[in-house]
Design a protein around this ligand. Sequence first.
Ligand code: 2BA
Length: 108
Amino acid sequence: MMKMVLAIINYDDAQEVMDSLTQAGFSITKLATTGGFLKAGNVTVLIGLDEQRLDECFAVIRAHCSSRTEAIPATTEPEFGFFPSTPVQIAVGGATVFVLNVERFEKL
Ligand code: 2BA
């Protein structure tokens, strides 16, 4: 049965992930996307594949997406004046992966 993997990947990891997926013989489509929280560019990769290759696909993504923390400036309220903001640590990297069932697949 065919599946669609939708992988949201940190911009810095995306090129390596895509190169490795292509090298492993997966067909992929890259979408330039933006995270709602950080409002920074990330990459969503669409991968249509047979479900038997799902584990292999996850292994390739996992191998090239390292989870790490990054400091982002906390938002300050203007009415309190211009105090330097304390950075907040958030987790970046890794991948957010959805697997969807494909009802029909045709190349026309
Ligand atoms: P962003 O929305 O820009 O989120 C980037 C990172 O910020 C998240 O990493 C998480 O560590 C943190 N974060 C997000 N929302 C937060 C909140 N309300 N409070 C505190 N920290 C928050 P990830 O969870 O690894 O997500 C990476 C990117 O994957 C997200 O970028 C978003 O584009 C996408 N994503 C994650 N979960 C999703 C979901 N359930 N549906 C659709 N897209 C999702």
